[in-house]
Write a protein that binds this ligand. Structure first.
Ligand SMILES: [Zn+2]
Length: 404
């Protein structure tokens, strides 16, 4: 079984919008209550055990008797909130791709979402334009393509431009659409290029959205200025005790316009990047049966600013996620290896080059090519690293062969 997602634009009616907003509010309430509970437990007794998803779902029942209005929204969405919070805690505990300790959600966040889990046909794609969602009934949608299969869950989202979307996760059989090629590849994350393949191919996409970035910076400055001015106006209104004081940023259309423009530009950039990553990963899965990538410690890497920019721009995490599900989907193999010393070991003779031991981080990053002191091979830093990654990956699946 594999999972695949597709995204559709929703066009809810007024009644449905009201219900969606109420669900955003209720799931946010549950998230914040559960998070406060976990924090309070830990504060009062540092040995108190963390309450897992199951325990939180039990507490949810008590919460519903205290706050009966929680019963007005989709019950599976409240449970899914506990699931998401549990995932956030797990990521925090494992220090994996984590944003740190889970944070409270605010009503003021422009983007909001909730997830409904499928039980008893409560979520259903009825036809090309109608989706059945719990407590909402039939919602009109538009989509580029629709996937069929058993629905597992649906996430309803409003973005910062006020548009509604649903991401529908479906279950499908493994497909063997991509024929076996008997080829394998190691991939190294580079600085100048997004990635370097062990066959010497370099894929560059780090700088492709420089123009859009410039525009985003301009509008972000405008947005910040308009926000500052709006906050000043709000303070003046309060100080002067005017009859109808403005109290919210939502009452300042010029600020709102700048905010929407920034959101739109950012979405364009991320859509373009996403599109490129989709094509890239499909190509990789088509060309290779075994793909080896380095296990990245994103937290450690994000501390290095120069590198952080390159990574966030290139969306390395996204790329790995896409590779993972496409490999699952098409029955190919993705292997993670420890990247330690992959760029300092010679991929031909396997000896570590100790000439680099004393170099600072900065000096070391400047080394693009080197000659192996043991066997004399001239090596490209990144290609050599990706070849080492491939060798480590293959050693994992055929340990005996690697010894020969
Ligand atoms: Zn060598």
């Amino acid at each position: 079984m594999t999972l695949k997602a597709f995204k559709v634009r929703l066009y809810p009616n007024q009644k449905q919008i009201k219900q969606i907003k109420q669900t955003f509010g209720s799931t946010r309430f549950v998230w914040n209550q559960m998070l406060a509970m976990q924090s309070a437990r830990h504060k009062n007794n540092s040995h108190a055990r963390y309450q897992n998803e199951f325990a939180m779902n039990n507490l949810l029942k008590a919460l519903k008797t205290d706050y009966p209005w929680l019963k007005d929204v989709d019950a599976t969405a409240l449970q899914a909130t506990n699931g998401n919070l549990h995932d956030a805690f797990q990521r925090f505990f494992n220090k994996e791709l984590s944003n740190g300790y889970p944070r409270f959600k605010s009503k003021k966040d422009y983007a909001q979402s909730y997830t409904s889990k499928a039980v008893n046909q409560n979520i259903k794609v009825i036809d090309d334009h109608h989706l059945k969602l719990p407590k909402l009934g039939q919602v009109y949608f538009r989509a580029g393509r629709i996937l069929t299969g058993k629905v597992r869950r649906a996430t309803v989202r409003i973005n910062s431009q006020g548009q509604y979307y649903a991401t529908i996760l479906i279950e499908g059989e493994k497909q063997a659409l991509k024929p076996k090629t008997k080829q394998s590849v190691g991939i190294d994350l580079g600085l100048d290029s997004l990635m370097i393949l062990s066959n010497g191919q370099k894929v560059n996409m780090v700088h492709f959205d420089t123009d859009a970035r410039k525009q985003i910076r301009v509008w972000e400055r405008k947005m910040a200025r308009r926000r500052r001015n709006a906050l000043k106006e709000i303070a003046f209104d309060k100080h002067d005790k005017v009859l109808f004081p403005r109290t919210s940023l939502r009452q300042f259309p010029r600020y709102q316009q700048a905010r929407r423009t920034v959101a739109k530009l950012k979405r364009q950039v991320s859509d373009r990047r996403n599109d490129k990553l989709q094509k890239l990963t499909t190509q990789l899965v088509q060309d290779f049966d075994v793909i080896v990538v380095e296990k990245l410690n994103t937290q450690g890497m994000l501390k290095n600013h120069h590198l952080a920019r390159a990574i966030s721009n290139a969306g390395w995490g996204n790329l790995v996620t896409m590779l993972q599900y496409k490999c699952d989907w098409y029955g190919k193999q993705l292997i993670f290896v420890d990247p330690k010393y992959t760029s300092r070991i010679c991929s031909v003779c396997g000896q570590k080059n100790h000439q680099f031991d004393g170099l600072s981080q900065h000096e070391w990053l400047a080394v693009r090519e080197w000659q192996c002191p043991t066997c004399g091979t001239h090596l490209d830093r990144d290609i050599n690293a990706s070849q080492n990654i491939l060798q480590r990956g293959l050693a994992q699946i055929t340990p005996i062969k690697a010894l020969v």
